[in-house]
Ligand binder design. Structure first.
Ligand code: COA
Length: 328
């Protein structure tokens, strides 16, 4: 069967109005702006207000992507919402977004791969478009992580923020679009970043809530090492598969987890620091939303031009990681 290349036709992003600064956190836990800035690069993060939920931001980001791709929502035949903070357990947030958008001809579902969710979604959508199963796919990364953050735990509460990003994927001319992609996971490291409660193993009970088991727990310094190694390795793999040299990458967008992780990955790859995008100072870590938010910010700022090689790399709980190389 003849295959077509899939590329990004439009992007969008959205986040809550509410801002939580390092100064705010200084009043909540034993921390300092100096510590947070020097250890993570984060200055502020967006925080959803009570009553604001994941699909609200996802729909706003998706509408922007749809408008920029100049398509009709009814033409979307695949809708993937990458999230670990769904609106509710049933139905999927993807289906709720579908109804809001009027994307009534899509197969909609959620994908849980934590911070790698958007690249997992892109990889699946790419395969579906390439083999002719899908013509126009909407891939969203959306999170309201702050509802799962324990604001008495200084090691996690400084990291996470809320937001959503989206991309429309469709056929593009040969030699363009997604040139290579890889997704990977290793469940042996599951407890490096996890929420023990709230599922079927340890359900939501007064006891599990009192013990804070629904909140994220993180082994930050162990994750740090795995993150650097896996993002650098997967980036090399996709570059090699496409026959593109690191120095030819015009824009590198790593998952925005920590500025020191980004710097360490960049150092291993030999990518010119000016070509690496970082918005960690403004958004913190927004999990699956981090890469599509960053990508859309780059599009809006005119940082991606036709023909550019754009490298995306992610890492997250699971643990999961992935790399996607695009010729814009
Ligand atoms: N403010 C002040 N001190 C803090 C702090 C905070 N917000 N958070 C932790 N500390 C303290 C610790 O208690 C520890 O104190 P101790 O030495 O007295 O025990 C000390 O700082 C060092 O802790 P450590 O965890 O070793 O710090 P670190 O340099 O590894 O930085 C992270 C912590 C979380 C910033 C860093 O490990 C990280 O970013 N890891 C990756 C996390 C990540 O990306 N997660 C998402 C994956 S998608």
């Amino acid at each position: 069967m003849a295959t077509v290349n899939a590329g990004i036709l439009g992007t969008g992003h959205a986040y809550p109005e509410g801002i939580l600064t390092n100064a705010d956190l200084e009043k909540m836990v034993e921390t300092s702006d100096e510590w947070i800035t020097s250890r993570t690069g984060i200055k502020q993060r967006r925080k959803a207000a009570p009553g604001e939920y994941t699909s609200l931001f996802a729909v706003r980001a998706a509408r922007q992507a749809i408008e920029r791709a100049r398509i009709d929502p009814s033409d979307i035949d695949l809708l993937i919402c990458a999230t670990v903070t769904p609106d509710q357990i049933l139905p999927s947030t993807g289906c709720l977004i579908q109804a809001e958008l009027g994307a009534n001809n899509a197969a909609a579902f959620d994908l849980a791969a934590a911070c790698s969710g958007f690249l997992y979604g892109l990889t699946l959508a790419n395969t579906m478009v390439r083999c002719g199963q899908s013509r126009l796919a909407l891939v969203i990364g959306a999170e309201v992580l702050t509802q799962y953050v324990d604001y008495t735990d200084r090691s996690t509460c400084v990291i996470f923020g809320d937001g959503a990003g989206a991309a429309i994927l469709g056929a593009v001319e040969e030699g363009r679009g997604i040139l290579a992609s890889r997704i990977r996971s290793d469940g042996r490291f599951a407890e490096q970043l996890y929420a023990p409660g709230g599922g079927t193993r340890l359900g939501t009970t007064p006891e599990t809530i009192a013990q804070g088991l629904h909140f994220y727990k993180m082994k930050g310094n162990e994750l740090f090492k795995v993150a650097v190694r896996s993002m650098a390795d997967v980036s090399r793999e996709v570059l090699e598969e496409a026959g593109v040299r690191a120095e030819d990458v015009a824009l590198f967008i790593p998952h925005q987890a920590n500025q020191r992780i980004t710097d360490a990955v960049a150092g291993k790859l030999d990518v010119d620091p000016e070509r690496i995008y970082s918005n960690i100072a403004m958004h913190g870590n927004t999990s699956s939303a981090s890469i599509p938010i960053a990508l859309d910010e780059c599009v809006e700022a005119g940082r991606v031009k036709e023909g550019d090689y754009v490298l995306l790399a992610s890492f997250g709980g699971g643990v999961t990681w992935g790399g996607v190389l695009i010729r814009w």
